[in-house]
Design a protein around this ligand. Structure first.
Ligand code: TYD
Length: 212
Protein backbone atom coordinates (compact mmCIF):
# COMPACT_ATOMS: atom_id res chain seq x y z
CA UNK A 1 0.00 0.00 0.00
CA UNK A 2 1.52 3.31 -1.00
CA UNK A 3 -1.13 5.78 0.20
CA UNK A 4 -1.61 7.25 3.62
CA UNK A 5 -4.13 6.50 6.34
CA UNK A 6 -4.49 9.36 8.82
CA UNK A 7 -6.93 9.35 11.73
CA UNK A 8 -8.28 12.24 13.79
CA UNK A 9 -9.08 11.54 17.43
CA UNK A 10 -10.30 13.48 20.43
CA UNK A 11 -13.06 14.08 22.92
CA UNK A 12 -16.31 15.88 22.28
CA UNK A 13 -16.00 19.41 20.92
CA UNK A 14 -12.26 19.22 20.22
CA UNK A 15 -12.83 20.58 16.71
CA UNK A 16 -11.28 17.59 14.93
CA UNK A 17 -14.14 17.24 12.43
CA UNK A 18 -13.86 20.88 11.33
CA UNK A 19 -10.08 20.67 11.02
CA UNK A 20 -10.35 17.40 9.09
CA UNK A 21 -12.58 19.05 6.47
CA UNK A 22 -10.18 21.98 6.16
CA UNK A 23 -7.18 19.67 5.77
CA UNK A 24 -9.09 17.86 3.04
CA UNK A 25 -9.81 21.12 1.20
CA UNK A 26 -6.16 22.14 1.42
CA UNK A 27 -4.96 18.79 0.05
CA UNK A 28 -7.52 18.95 -2.77
CA UNK A 29 -6.25 22.40 -3.72
CA UNK A 30 -2.75 20.91 -3.80
CA UNK A 31 -4.01 18.31 -6.28
CA UNK A 32 -3.76 15.33 -3.93
CA UNK A 33 -6.08 12.32 -4.07
CA UNK A 34 -7.80 12.66 -0.72
CA UNK A 35 -11.04 11.45 0.85
CA UNK A 36 -12.60 12.36 4.17
CA UNK A 37 -14.55 9.73 6.01
CA UNK A 38 -15.80 8.99 9.52
CA UNK A 39 -16.47 6.32 12.08
CA UNK A 40 -18.82 4.85 12.92
CA UNK A 41 -20.03 5.08 9.32
CA UNK A 42 -18.31 5.89 6.05
CA UNK A 43 -20.12 3.22 4.00
CA UNK A 44 -23.80 2.39 3.53
CA UNK A 45 -23.78 -0.63 5.84
CA UNK A 46 -21.57 1.02 8.44
CA UNK A 47 -23.83 4.11 8.51
CA UNK A 48 -26.76 1.82 9.31
CA UNK A 49 -24.79 0.29 12.19
CA UNK A 50 -24.02 3.87 13.31
CA UNK A 51 -27.73 4.64 13.54
CA UNK A 52 -28.23 1.64 15.84
CA UNK A 53 -25.29 2.56 18.08
CA UNK A 54 -26.01 6.27 18.46
CA UNK A 55 -29.81 6.17 18.71
CA UNK A 56 -30.63 8.18 21.90
CA UNK A 57 -33.45 5.72 22.62
CA UNK A 58 -31.07 2.76 22.97
CA UNK A 59 -30.24 3.49 26.61
CA UNK A 60 -30.21 -0.21 27.52
CA UNK A 61 -27.30 -0.99 25.18
CA UNK A 62 -24.71 -3.23 26.83
CA UNK A 63 -21.07 -2.02 26.72
CA UNK A 64 -19.82 -5.15 24.91
CA UNK A 65 -22.66 -5.00 22.39
CA UNK A 66 -21.60 -1.45 21.71
CA UNK A 67 -17.93 -2.46 21.29
CA UNK A 68 -18.92 -5.25 18.88
CA UNK A 69 -21.08 -2.90 16.81
CA UNK A 70 -18.28 -0.34 16.53
CA UNK A 71 -15.90 -3.08 15.44
CA UNK A 72 -18.42 -4.37 12.88
CA UNK A 73 -18.92 -0.90 11.42
CA UNK A 74 -15.13 -0.44 11.38
CA UNK A 75 -14.54 -3.68 9.47
CA UNK A 76 -17.04 -2.79 6.76
CA UNK A 77 -15.75 0.76 6.43
CA UNK A 78 -12.14 -0.41 6.25
CA UNK A 79 -12.77 -2.98 3.55
CA UNK A 80 -15.17 -0.90 1.46
CA UNK A 81 -13.74 2.59 1.81
CA UNK A 82 -10.31 2.92 3.44
CA UNK A 83 -8.26 0.08 1.96
CA UNK A 84 -9.31 0.60 -1.70
CA UNK A 85 -8.35 4.29 -1.55
CA UNK A 86 -5.02 3.70 0.20
CA UNK A 87 -4.21 0.94 -2.32
CA UNK A 88 -4.73 3.45 -5.13
CA UNK A 89 -2.10 5.64 -3.47
CA UNK A 90 -4.56 8.15 -2.02
CA UNK A 91 -4.81 9.81 1.37
CA UNK A 92 -7.63 8.81 3.72
CA UNK A 93 -8.54 11.26 6.48
CA UNK A 94 -10.70 9.39 8.96
CA UNK A 95 -12.66 10.92 11.82
CA UNK A 96 -12.05 8.35 14.63
CA UNK A 97 -10.79 4.76 14.41
CA UNK A 98 -9.58 1.97 16.77
CA UNK A 99 -8.26 4.45 19.36
CA UNK A 100 -11.83 5.68 19.93
CA UNK A 101 -12.89 2.15 20.87
CA UNK A 102 -9.89 1.68 23.16
CA UNK A 103 -10.72 4.95 24.90
CA UNK A 104 -14.53 4.92 25.00
CA UNK A 105 -15.30 1.21 25.30
CA UNK A 106 -11.98 0.02 26.75
CA UNK A 107 -11.38 2.65 29.42
CA UNK A 108 -14.42 4.91 29.85
CA UNK A 109 -16.93 2.02 29.79
CA UNK A 110 -14.48 -0.22 31.64
CA UNK A 111 -14.18 -3.25 29.34
CA UNK A 112 -10.37 -2.98 29.32
CA UNK A 113 -7.99 -1.68 26.64
CA UNK A 114 -6.48 -5.05 25.81
CA UNK A 115 -9.82 -6.83 25.46
CA UNK A 116 -11.11 -4.16 23.12
CA UNK A 117 -7.82 -4.20 21.23
CA UNK A 118 -8.15 -7.97 20.64
CA UNK A 119 -11.65 -7.52 19.29
CA UNK A 120 -10.46 -4.76 16.98
CA UNK A 121 -7.45 -6.69 15.73
CA UNK A 122 -9.92 -9.29 14.50
CA UNK A 123 -11.91 -6.58 12.75
CA UNK A 124 -8.96 -4.81 11.15
CA UNK A 125 -6.56 -7.75 10.71
CA UNK A 126 -3.98 -5.58 12.42
CA UNK A 127 -4.19 -2.57 10.12
CA UNK A 128 -3.44 0.63 12.04
CA UNK A 129 -3.25 4.25 10.87
CA UNK A 130 0.08 5.58 9.58
CA UNK A 131 -0.47 8.73 11.61
CA UNK A 132 -2.99 9.76 14.26
CA UNK A 133 -3.64 13.34 15.34
CA UNK A 134 -5.08 13.56 18.83
CA UNK A 135 -6.90 16.85 19.48
CA UNK A 136 -6.48 17.54 23.17
CA UNK A 137 -8.84 19.84 25.01
CA UNK A 138 -10.23 19.98 28.56
CA UNK A 139 -13.76 18.50 28.67
CA UNK A 140 -15.19 21.73 30.08
CA UNK A 141 -13.93 23.65 27.03
CA UNK A 142 -15.05 21.00 24.52
CA UNK A 143 -18.54 20.67 25.99
CA UNK A 144 -18.98 24.47 26.12
CA UNK A 145 -18.15 24.59 22.39
CA UNK A 146 -20.79 21.96 21.65
CA UNK A 147 -23.39 23.93 23.61
CA UNK A 148 -22.63 26.94 21.40
CA UNK A 149 -23.20 24.95 18.20
CA UNK A 150 -26.88 24.27 18.67
CA UNK A 151 -27.30 22.94 15.13
CA UNK A 152 -25.14 19.87 15.80
CA UNK A 153 -26.91 16.56 16.41
CA UNK A 154 -27.09 15.67 20.10
CA UNK A 155 -26.24 12.01 20.51
CA UNK A 156 -26.50 9.46 23.29
CA UNK A 157 -22.85 9.82 24.30
CA UNK A 158 -23.18 13.60 24.70
CA UNK A 159 -25.45 12.89 27.64
CA UNK A 160 -22.67 11.24 29.64
CA UNK A 161 -21.46 12.96 32.78
CA UNK A 162 -18.42 15.23 32.89
CA UNK A 163 -16.49 12.50 34.77
CA UNK A 164 -16.87 10.27 31.71
CA UNK A 165 -15.29 12.94 29.51
CA UNK A 166 -12.38 13.32 31.94
CA UNK A 167 -11.80 9.58 31.72
CA UNK A 168 -11.82 9.86 27.93
CA UNK A 169 -9.16 12.56 27.98
CA UNK A 170 -6.94 10.65 30.44
CA UNK A 171 -7.23 7.53 28.30
CA UNK A 172 -6.20 9.37 25.11
CA UNK A 173 -3.17 10.83 26.90
CA UNK A 174 -2.29 7.32 28.08
CA UNK A 175 -2.55 5.91 24.54
CA UNK A 176 -0.35 8.71 23.26
CA UNK A 177 2.30 7.71 25.82
CA UNK A 178 2.01 4.11 24.70
CA UNK A 179 2.42 4.95 21.03
CA UNK A 180 4.26 8.28 20.71
CA UNK A 181 5.50 7.53 17.19
CA UNK A 182 2.03 7.11 15.71
CA UNK A 183 -0.08 9.41 17.90
CA UNK A 184 0.75 13.11 17.84
CA UNK A 185 -1.02 15.50 20.22
CA UNK A 186 -2.42 18.79 18.94
CA UNK A 187 -3.39 21.47 21.48
CA UNK A 188 -7.02 21.96 20.49
CA UNK A 189 -7.75 24.70 23.01
CA UNK A 190 -6.30 27.27 20.60
CA UNK A 191 -8.13 29.13 17.80
CA UNK A 192 -9.26 26.84 14.99
CA UNK A 193 -6.87 28.53 12.51
CA UNK A 194 -3.87 27.73 14.70
CA UNK A 195 -5.07 24.17 15.25
CA UNK A 196 -5.34 23.75 11.46
CA UNK A 197 -1.84 25.14 10.90
CA UNK A 198 -0.35 22.77 13.49
CA UNK A 199 -2.22 19.81 12.03
CA UNK A 200 -0.92 20.54 8.53
CA UNK A 201 2.60 20.90 9.90
CA UNK A 202 2.39 17.52 11.62
CA UNK A 203 1.09 15.81 8.49
CA UNK A 204 3.67 17.45 6.22
CA UNK A 205 6.50 16.54 8.61
CA UNK A 206 5.28 12.95 8.60
CA UNK A 207 5.10 12.83 4.79
CA UNK A 208 8.61 14.25 4.46
CA UNK A 209 9.97 11.65 6.88
CA UNK A 210 8.21 8.92 4.92
CA UNK A 211 9.79 9.91 1.63
CA UNK A 212 13.34 10.35 2.98
P1 TYD B 1 -20.11 11.71 16.53
O1 TYD B 1 -21.40 12.43 16.51
O2 TYD B 1 -19.46 11.35 15.25
O3 TYD B 1 -19.13 12.47 17.53
P2 TYD B 1 -17.79 13.27 17.30
O4 TYD B 1 -18.16 14.47 16.46
O5 TYD B 1 -17.39 13.61 18.68
O6 TYD B 1 -16.82 12.34 16.61
O7 TYD B 1 -20.36 10.42 17.39
C1 TYD B 1 -19.43 9.50 17.55
C2 TYD B 1 -19.47 9.03 19.00
O8 TYD B 1 -19.13 7.66 19.03
C3 TYD B 1 -18.48 9.77 19.87
O9 TYD B 1 -19.11 10.19 21.05
C4 TYD B 1 -17.46 8.72 20.23
C5 TYD B 1 -18.15 7.43 20.02
N1 TYD B 1 -17.30 6.32 19.57
C6 TYD B 1 -17.02 5.28 20.44
O10 TYD B 1 -17.47 5.27 21.59
N2 TYD B 1 -16.27 4.22 20.01
C7 TYD B 1 -15.77 4.16 18.74
O11 TYD B 1 -15.08 3.19 18.37
C8 TYD B 1 -16.06 5.26 17.85
C9 TYD B 1 -15.55 5.23 16.44
C10 TYD B 1 -16.84 6.30 18.30
Amino acid sequence: MSGLFITFEGGEGAGKTTVLQQVKEKFEQDGMQVIATREPGGSVIAEKVRDVILDPLHTEMDARTEALLYAAARRQHLVETVIPHVKKGGIVLCDRFVDSSLVYQGVARGIGIDEVLQLNLFATEGMMPDLTLYFDVKPEVGLARIAEHKGREFNRLDQESIAFHHKVRKAYLHLQEREPKRIHTIDASEQIGDVLTKSLQEIQAFMEKKTT
